[in-house]
Design a binder for this molecule. Structure first.
Ligand code: UDP
Length: 239
């Protein structure tokens, strides 16, 4: 497989075409943004961590029966993935109240929810990814009823898989965001799963081990990302 020209550059990744029309190469950057791009920075080493962590978790998820876009890790930062048409929904699963959920609903951060819950945002930077529901998604033809059912089933199943994996690493999975794509008409998991897209709190201390350290200027951002990667069993250059 040959890497060809760049197709797209996003906030955290570059995407390249290959000589196979069904395969893209994603290249993870150290750039970090928050609040819809208003806050910008660099988290040194993040690209490699997010790449390797996503690949590890996607392989576990695939092994449990949820199809993903993962094909092959090429190097620290780059991975070959199936080329999908992204469903323009940010799918958020929550186990514990935090972030925008806490603000919007007046539920104190850290409140355990009676059951895992799901929400959809319309993936649109200009509009600031507004919250929608599955009826909106159907009415706006962002996804069909059957696709939405598959997405919900997969999202809750991924939550159960991730909760177990993170707990083994001494981390509580508070919430996370995932994205899906269509590959030859089938819904598969795409994008990434990393400390950029998950809230992870240390089981013992409750310390935040994710992008909230960057969003909220808590310091120790790089160390938190390295810790998460190491605890999941990824070999990292020691620091
Ligand atoms: N999230 C994300 N990208 C976004 C918005 C949210 O990866 O554009 C993740 C975020 O890291 C958290 C979860 O989705 O793990 C829920 O985020 P929330 O809606 O609470 O938004 P925030 O408080 O981050 O604005």
């Amino acid at each position: 497989m040959q890497k060809c020209e760049q197709l797209y550059e996003g906030k955290a990744k570059k995407v390249f075409l290959t000589d196979d029309p069904d395969i893209l190469i994603v290249s993870y950057k150290d750039d970090a943004t928050a609040f819809n791009g208003l806050k910008k920075g660099t988290i040194v080493g993040k690209g490699a961590i997010n790449n390797r962590m996503t690949n590890l978790l996607f392989q576990k998820i695939e092994a449990e029966g949820v199809p993903t876009h993962f094909i092959q890790e090429l190097n620290d930062r780059e991975t070959a993935v199936r080329r999908v048409e992204i469903v323009p929904l940010e799918v958020i699963v929550r186990n514990v109240a935090a972030g925008s959920f806490s603000k919007r609903l007046g539920v104190e951060e850290g409140t355990v929810l009676a059951e895992p819950t799901i929400e959809f945002s319309y993936k649109n930077d200009e509009l600031g990814d507004p919250l929608i529901n599955s009826h909106f998604a159907k009415a706006l033809q962002l996804a069909t009823a059957s696709e939405i059912k598959t997405i919900k089933d997969y999202a809750f199943k991924i939550n159960e898989i991730l909760k177990v994996e993170y707990l083994k690493a001494g981390l509580r999975l508070i919430d996370f965001k995932i994205e899906f794509g269509r590959f030859h008409g089938k819904i598969i998991l795409a994008d990434e799963i990393s400390p950029d897209t998950c809230r992870l709190w240390d089981v013992e201390s409750g310390e935040k081990m994710d992008k909230d350290r960057f969003r909220r200027d808590l310091g120790g951002v790089e160390d938190a990302y390295i810790q998460v990667a190491k605890r999941l069993g990824l070999e990292m250059e020691s620091k």
